[in-house]
Design a protein around this ligand. Structure first.
Ligand code: ARG
Length: 459
């Protein structure tokens, strides 16, 4: 049991207590950030004359050695240490002797762990942002290739109006674009450096907090030392943003499961992203989409846990806060995995364009256009809606589509129908005429794609 304290204790910690308290099994995940923070701290201590240059250099060398050896596998992080901070400090003292004991001058594990977690989360935000960006690039490619791939648009999972694959995917482009903007908001709001806040009340050493903040790429030091060591808002914000990303991925996955079903056959998921059945030889299952949908619950769970853990904690640091790590790490890893796999899955997915188009044709997706046609011929919309409804009923009886009706049948519903009705309600026309900003028409789509490309070019 290697721990950083014990002077005022007369007994060894109970083994079960030690294990219950220890966090090394998961906080070792940010060993890199912990060492990075210590390097900045010790350089500042020397700059302020609190340590000598030689002491600083020895410590820097020792810390870099630990980093190198952990990375190359020669220094395993084991559970004989309470946490990653103890691991680094104990190893430093092992390597450079008593000078290593000066590392923790003017610092507490409270501001240290607050820093480590922020550094870790900030790095992960950047990675997740990159993964969402890659997904957006694939969505954009699919949009460009499918401006004329017709499909039914749904409301209530009932065929509503014809749209295109480009338009449908464009909706997801917007969602994931907003996700990136949420990540970026969180990153800029959290980008203040807690180091130098001590346990809760700062320190009597003449620390230069701004110098440390700058070295670690923060905008500035945190403003209040009690808040510094006990602020976990940014983790809650991150988990909320991650939950939203998962929610989007999950909706998309659900659609892909539906589209990939035997009944729909709108898409075919690539063999590399499908799985089989141990008993039914014919099966090719969309397991990846299902797993992404399923894992969404884990990420929501992390958000709920964090909100609940934080709600009753008095100022400043309390050990409850150690619980900020495991589920947050799990949520981050889950979202990263889901993003990467989902992107690969849609990148390789085939669209069965004919099936989609046929489906859009059969389902009265042009009924609104028949009504709009009647309006153009001077009939009030409410009456046009009624006439078209009766026509749909008639088609249902006959088992045909609206555009299959003969001219005399059209005329039996209204005398204003003319030959141009066929062109007016063809699927091509239905889509092509919808050119209000954000609509599936080719002019509107071209503008949307242009905007998306410009956005992606800015990174
Ligand atoms: N492992 C602790 C955590 O994650 C580090 C801070 C410990 N501070 C303390 N006062 N015991 O929160």
């Amino acid at each position: 049991m290697a721990q950083l304290w014990g002077g005022r204790f007369t007994k060894e910690t109970d083994k079960l207590v030690y294990n219950f308290n220890a966090s090394i099994s998961y906080d070792q995940k940010f060993y890199r950030q912990d060492i990075r923070g210590s390097l900045a701290h010790v350089r500042m201590l020397a700059k302020q004359g609190i340590l000598t240059e030689e002491e600083m250099e020895k410590i820097v060398e020792g810390l870099n050695g630990i980093l190198r050896d952990v990375e190359n596998g020669s220094l395993p992080i084991t559970d004989e240490y309470e946490d990653i901070h103890s691991f680094v400090e104990a190893n430093l003292i092992d390597r450079i002797g008593d000078i290593g004991k000066k590392l923790h001058t003017g610092r507490s594990r409270n501001d240290q762990v607050a820093l480590d977690m922020k550094l870790y989360v900030r790095d992960e935000i950047d990675e997740i942002d990159g993964l969402v960006y890659k997904l957006l690039c694939v969505i954009e490619r699919i949009m460009e290739e499918n401006v004329e791939t017709y499909m039914p648009g749904f409301t209530h999972l009932q065929k509503a109006q014809p749209v295109t694959v480009a338009h449908h995917f464009g909706a997801y482009f917007e969602m994931f674009r907003r996700d990136r903007s949420r990540l970026s908001d969180i990153r800029s709001r959290m980008n203040t450096c807690p180091l130098g806040s001590g346990a809760l009340a700062g320190t009597t050493y003449p620390l230069d907090r701004a110098f440390v903040a700058e070295q670690l790429d923060f905008d500035e030091p945190t403003a209040n030392s009690m808040d510094s060591v006990s602020d976990r808002d940014y983790i809650i914000e991150l988990l909320s943003a991650l939950s939203t990303i998962q929610m989007h991925l999950s909706r998309f996955s659900e659609e892909i499961c539906i589209w990939n079903s035997n009944e729909y056959r709108f898409v075919e998921i690539d063999d590399a992203y499908s799985t089989g059945s141990s008993i039914m030889p014919q099966k090719k299952n969309p397991d990846i989409a299902e797993l992404v949908r399923g894992k969404t619950g884990r990420v929501y769970g992390a958000l709920m846990q964090m909100l609940t853990s934080m709600k009753g904690i008095p100022l400043a640091y309390n050990k409850d806060m150690q619980e900020d790590k495991e589920l947050t790490f799990d949520a981050i890893d889950t979202v990263k995995g889901c993003l990467a796999l989902f992107t690969g899955m849609i990148d390789t997915m085939k669209f069965c364009k004919n099936v989609m188009e046929q489906s859009a044709k059969h389902g009265f997706t042009n009924a609104t256009d028949v009504a709009d046609y009647l309006v153009c011929k001077g009939i009030p919309f409410r009456d046009a809606h009624g006439i078209t409804g009766r026509m749909v009923l008639d088609c249902l009886k006959k088992g045909c589509a609206l555009d299959d009706l003969r001219m005399d049948e059209f005329l039996s519903f209204s005398p204003v129908f003319e030959k141009d009705i066929y062109e007016a309600i063809s699927m091509k026309t239905c889509v092509e005429r919808r050119n209000t900003t954000g609509a599936p028409g080719p002019k509107a789509m071209e503008e949307e794609i242009e905007r998306n490309k410009k956005y992606l070019a800015e990174k």
